[in-house]
Design a protein around this ligand. Structure first.
Ligand code: XMP
Length: 494
């Protein structure tokens, strides 16, 4: 019944996740016993197979911290200066709490005109120069400010309060929560090297306690720091960027290129491995076995797979190159497996079923952009479009992003013409990744259970041995597999 993967993927068709469907197998274990623990690279383990993409509307410190606290990892984007990127990595790695709050700083001579200036924080910090790094003089509490509207024209130094209460940034979530309760405080600043580092409020404590409990261990490196990755390009200047990132403590580096099988990437892989033999390196992107083979030979510790499958990508249209993501993952994984190189299925994930398909077809992790964009942890602010609360999500090959420097990913020449290979858009507010990723992982476990696979390893074995069977879905079968025939419905998954 159905086809083994070897037969299905060797007929000359390029299949996307939606094109194929697995036939159910035999269940002899409960959902909760499915293990999603996996490898990001040869040497780095994760408790859940989720990676946040190095895109400037997806991964900065907040995403990196939350993904690591869930057991996954975030790769900090490089569409900024090397110093800026390294400081994001350092900031994320210094966190012991499972989220990042923005702290607001003003100078003593500033005026606070509107409550919006508090940016959802319970207070603003008054420092000598209005920068994080200068001496803290006091705080203005939002609650107090709201009560006294006449302060709008006064300088903050006239009404700020001195506050000496704070805790060190080395406190973990339980330590801070305990401190707030013991002292009956509404919030407490965390301090590092004499600077305000973050802030935790009673609301944050309640929010975090309300998140689903999964039992997945956070991704921690040596010293108990969150694992954080970072991307670089393959230009000469990226060697200096890499040095900054290594100093900042990046645990893994992604060579960010839409077509990784190039002399530039191969030389960079050799350089990185020579210079930092201990550093884990992810190469890509690749979609063919030949591309994969070249990068494996050059020494990568994992491969990133996907070309033109991302939700914001136009590479296949603009350059006529790429591959359907299901085929690409299957083909690359079948060669990478022989060398023990984990595969990251990058792009095209828009539901938990896609994750099940990517992992079963041979990937060890999925890298996601749009699935995580629009969350509380994604960079940027929410705005309203046609009555919907949205956040910007853009391709790193969009003209807008490339103007900031990301054209290196497309081997563009900064002095010449820029051709877009991506678009700028917006995605709906999804709430916190700390809420929806646990639900998504539970759905993935249910998919694995239907396939009779109790772990990624077992799914890979069942696929390679031909026990798991697939079929291609016709257009009508895909319509039937989606919601259809209703006049209206409410799509709520959890
Ligand atoms: P999703 O589907 O998760 O895809 O939104 C994210 C992945 O898409 C890739 N990416 C791009 N590909 N043009 C492209 O062809 C772009 O502008 C672009 N920006 C990101 C990247 O691999 C990312 O992880």
């Amino acid at each position: 019944d159905g086809f083994p993967a070897t037969k299905l993927f060797n007929q000359g068709f390029s299949y996307t996740y939606d094109d194929v469907i697995f036939l159910p197998h035999y269940i002899d274990f409960p959902t909760d016993s499915v293990q999603l623990a996996t490898k990001l690279t040869r040497n780095l383990n994760l408790s859940i197979p989720c990676v946040a993409s190095p895109m400037d509307t997806v991964t900065e410190a907040s995403m990196a911290v939350s993904m690591a606290s869930l057991g996954g990892i975030g790769i900090v984007h490089s569409n900024n200066s090397a110093v800026e990127q390294a400081s994001v990595v350092e900031f994320a790695k210094a966190h012991r709490i499972p989220f990042v709050n923005d702290c607001v700083f003003v100078s003593p001579n500033d005026h606070i005109q509107s409550v919006e200036e508090f940016c959802e924080s319970p207070c603003v910090f008054v420092t000598e120069t209005g920068n994080r790094s200068s001496k803290v003089l006091g705080v203005v509490n939002k609650f107090d400010w709201e009560k006294c509207g006449d302060r709008r024209n006064a300088r903050v130094s006239d009404y700020m309060v001195e506050s000496v209460v704070n805790v060190p940034s080395t406190y973990n979530f339980d330590d801070v929560a305990g401190y707030l309760a013991a002292k009956n405080l509404d919030y407490v600043p965390l301090v590092r090297n004499g600077e305000v580092f973050d802030i935790v409020s009673v609301g944050d404590v309640e929010r975090v306690r309300g998140f689903p409990k999964t039992g997945a261990l956070p991704s921690l490196g040596k010293n108990g720091e969150f694992l954080v990755g970072a991307s670089i390009g393959t230009r000469e200047s990226d060697k200096e960027r890499l040095e900054h990132l290594v100093k900042a403590g990046a645990d893994v580096i992604v060579l960010d290129s839409s077509q990784g099988n190039s002399i530039y990437q191969i030389e960079m892989i050799k350089y990185v491995k020579r210079t930092y033999p201990e550093l884990d390196l992810i190469g890509g992107n690749v979609v063919t076995m030949a591309q994969a083979q070249n990068l494996i030979q050059a020494g990568v510790d994992a491969l990133r797979v996907g070309m033109g499958s991302g939700s914001i990508c136009t590479t296949q249209e603009v350059c006529a190159v790429g591959r359907g993501q299901a085929t690409a993952v299957y083909k690359v994984a079948s060669i990478a497996e022989q060398s023990g190189i984990p595969v990251i299925a990058d792009g095209g994930i828009s539901n938990s079923g896609h994750i099940v398909k990517a992992l079963t077809l041979g990937a060890s992790t999925v890298m996601m952009g749009s699935f995580l964009a629009g969350s509380r942890e994604a960079p940027g602010t929410y705005e309203y479009k046609n009555g919907h609360r949205v956040k910007k999500y853009r391709g790193m090959g969009s003209l807008e992003a490339m103007t900031k420097g990301s054209d290196a990913r497309y081997l563009g020449d900064t002095n010449k013409l820029k051709i877009a290979q991506g678009v700028v858009g917006a995605v709906a507010d999804k709430g916190s990744v700390s809420r929806f990723i646990p639900y998504t992982m539970h759905a993935v476990k249910q998919g694995f259970q239907d396939l009779g696979a109790s772990s990624l390893e077992s799914a890979h074995k069942l696929l390679r041995s031909g026990v798991l069977r697939l079929e291609v879905r016709t257009g009508a079968a895909q319509t039937e597999g989606g919601i259809h025939g209703l006049v209206s419905y409410e799509k709520k998954s959890f």
